[in-house]
Design a protein around this ligand. Structure first.
Ligand SMILES: [Zn+2]
Length: 334
């Protein structure tokens, strides 16, 4: 049983690609972020991810089992489990010839205000995103970050400035608004963020106080924008902005280059200790890490697991059309 990297993850005998971004005939989409989903002919995913993906990439054929419901696709048992990352995010457990293979996508075991916690289903082989898979990536408690955020927003209002939260449009922005909801703040959302808010609301997450950005109605509002749109029309209509970038990378490299007035560590991923703990919970004996850092796999090998980091370079080489050679195809049960 071979795992390879080519526009997503491919497992021999499995009729769909995991998290492909370029068009495929059939793909599993762990969630609707653009680095995990694309314009496919048919997608396997949760209902919420299907709605978010169709809104972003256009209508397509969908297979949407309930969380925890096992279905069979071409002889393979498939079950989705919550991933705790963003609305609709799911891990997929595949039972192939009796072997249990779990692919997590982006995972946050604790979940959040807008996402249930991630399950840790038992498996033999685990394929896991290792975004913060390096010792030292330890996030402060969420409550601590929220307290600092609330204090900052209140001070910004007192100074006559407009607080602008920079947060990824699907997931982080909605989670930040939910965390701040008890403070009674009202929010002016960039269109991309507001489109997702409507789908969150359709799935029972109220996000009270979130409105579509309107330049005439910014007084006493917290503006919420995706990062990377500072040249947009909306941006130019904000007077005296004070920008607060919410990202797990606040722990290291982003503060120096983001240009934000303040960067706070709020993440929709697991930090390093949470990754290690989650992996142990699954009971996997073989672990492939993916994205992020190789240190996590090295640490797992020290604990006696068979672990290997799938490098981004391998993926790039494969995407360039090269055949799968040594270093790019992996036996799932070595
Ligand atoms: Zn993601």
């Amino acid at each position: 049983m071979i795992l390879s990297l080519q526009n997503g993850l491919r497992i021999s005998g499995v009729p769909f690609v995991l998290d492909a971004v370029r068009p495929e005939r059939f793909a599993f989409a762990s969630h609707a972020h653009a680095d995990h989903c694309g314009r496919h002919h048919r997608i396997l995913c949760t209902t919420a991810t299907a709605e978010l993906a169709c809104a972003r990439f256009g209508r397509t054929e969908t297979i949407t089992p309930e969380i925890g419901q096992t279905i069979e696709i071409e002889g393979i048992q498939v079950t989705l489990f919550d991933a705790g990352h963003v609305l609709g995010s799911a891990q997929i457990l595949l039972v192939i010839d009796g072997h249990r293979v779990l692919y997590t996508g982006d995972v946050k075991p604790a979940g959040g205000k807008t996402t249930p916690p991630a399950a840790a289903p038992a498996c033999d082989t685990l394929i896991i995103e290792a975004t913060y898979g390096r010792p030292g990536y330890v996030f402060p408690p969420v409550e601590q970050t929220v307290d600092l955020l609330v204090t900052t927003i209140k001070r910004v209002f007192v100074r006559g400035l407009t607080p602008v939260l920079l947060a990824y449009g699907l997931g982080k922005a909605q989670e930040a608004m939910a965390l701040l909801a008890q403070q009674g703040f009202a929010f002016a959302c960039h269109r991309l963020i507001y489109d997702a808010v409507l789908i969150y609301r359709a799935h029972g997450i109220p996000l009270a106080g979130a409105e579509l950005f309107s330049p005439q109605k910014l007084r006493d509002k917290v503006v919420v924008m995706p990062p990377g749109v500072p040249q947009s029309r909306e941006w130019r209509q904000i007077s005296n902005p004070y920008t607060i970038f919410l990202t797990g990378w606040a722990l290291d490299r982003v503060p120096r280059r983001s240009g934000a007035d303040l960067v706070l560590p709020l993440s929709d991923h697991a930090d390093y200790p949470q990754l290690v703990q989650y992996i142990q919970k699954t009971g996997a004996r073989t672990v492939f890490t993916f994205h992020g850092f190789p240190e996590l796999a090295a640490r797992l090998r020290e604990t006696g697991l068979c672990a290997r980091h799938l490098s981004r370079k391998d993926a790039v080489d494969m995407a360039g059309g090269r055949d799968a050679g040594p270093g790019t195809a992996y036996d799932l049960f070595p």
